[in-house]
Design a protein around this ligand. Sequence first.
Ligand SMILES: Cc1cc2nc3c(=O)[nH]c(=O)nc-3n(C[C@H](O)[C@H](O)[C@H](O)COP(=O)(O)OP(=O)(O)OC[C@H]3O[C@@H](n4cnc5c(N)ncnc54)[C@H](O)[C@@H]3O)c2cc1C
Length: 416
Amino acid sequence: MTARSVPELSAAQKTELSELFGEYVNLDKRDRHYYNHDIGALPPLVKKVIGNTDPAAVVKIRTEEDAVKLLEFANRHKVPVVPRAGASSGYGGVIPTKGGIVADVTLLDKIISIDPEGQKAVVQSGLIWEKLERKLKEKGLSVRAIPSSAPSSTIGGWLAQSGAGYGSYEFGWGYESMENARVVLPNGKIRDFSGPELKKLIGTMGTTGIISEITLKVQKLEERKAVSASFPDASAMKKAVETIRKNNIPLWSISFLNPEWADMKNKSPQKLHYGKVVDKHRPVLPVAYVCTFMYPASRDVSGLKEAIESAGGTVLPEEIAKHETEEWFKSMKVKRLGPSFIPAEILVPLEKMDSAFEEIEKRIKLPVLTEGMVISDGNVVLLCFMRHSERSLLFNTAFALSLSILKIAEENGGRA
Ligand SMILES: Cc1cc2nc3c(=O)[nH]c(=O)nc-3n(C[C@H](O)[C@H](O)[C@H](O)COP(=O)(O)OP(=O)(O)OC[C@H]3O[C@@H](n4cnc5c(N)ncnc54)[C@H](O)[C@@H]3O)c2cc1C
């Protein structure tokens, strides 16, 4: 949180930090090295320009008081601090480009309270989404919106990074389901950000301090149903979504895969349990745009099938919809097909979604695996992944393709 570069701490600073945090400080050179990247991989040429990205120390934060102590220490000694949660963002926000201290918040993961009546949950920021959803379920509740990286990403990471996910068709951006965030500011003081003020934290990527606690709005758990459909192209899929929006068909979530992603899913290794294949009857997806529409079973969604078919789509067998929703949080599989991948996350207005896909296909000379989610405000988030190998020389140039995808978003009225 300061600009000064601190590749190593002095002996006195190391002693002070160890006295403050005991076994939760890691000063080991080899261990620190593991904290120099996130889920993506930086190309060697970029690494050369940035220089050393190993932190001088890693501190595991377990409580809000820990965060206060750490930021007071950092202030006293003018040492930069970079918060790190699930490290699933892939855009370098957790990389300590100026050394200093990585504040690992993954142990700041307690559920403070769940209020079934008021439909609220107060959680520490480093809690993993999947864990929260499991606990809510025990109390007959469910989150309102959730990122597809839920098995490894955190509540605080979604606020600091900003994003949309499953459920965003009904409930909007992730932060719109958050009511309050407690933040330990860089000067060590604690401040609450509520309601519209929460916007001040969106996309700040750890620069406003360490988010310690978040109050989330949750909803009653309801049985959900899903319909999956294939579309010959992105224009047909767009048309179906536009009709659904126009006719106010009350869906909870609209998410989709492009043909490259559907193909990857078909080719991905089968699930094994003690060496035995356990998903022998995995349904094969059509290599097309595959869109899944999900809604609470109690809602009247008549008109959905007509919207799909009149746009040129085909409703897929129920087993595909079931499988697709069970697979929701398994998009990390993309990592297994790597060895590395180049991420690009963009936002485009729904009316430009098809032209963005067309341009990506025309201008990006690598297969781009894309999953997307439609947001209540009429925008669409596209999470794009290009498989590559960071050990290859070509990785340096291929990495620039993510910038080309961002440019395509801008040309289509969108943004990164
Ligand atoms: C396969 C895959 C699927 C994905 N799906 C989605 C999706 O559906 N929707 C979506 O929006 N994104 C998605 N992402 C991107 C990523 O998972 C999200 O951005 C996620 O919210 C990041 O959370 P994290 O806990 O991993 O944060 P990190 O990656 O650890 O951190 C992200 C940024 O937030 C800051 N930060 C983290 N915690 C704190 C804290 N407590 N206080 C202050 N700053 C903090 C960090 O410094 C960093 O700048 C996906 C990524 C992958 C690889």
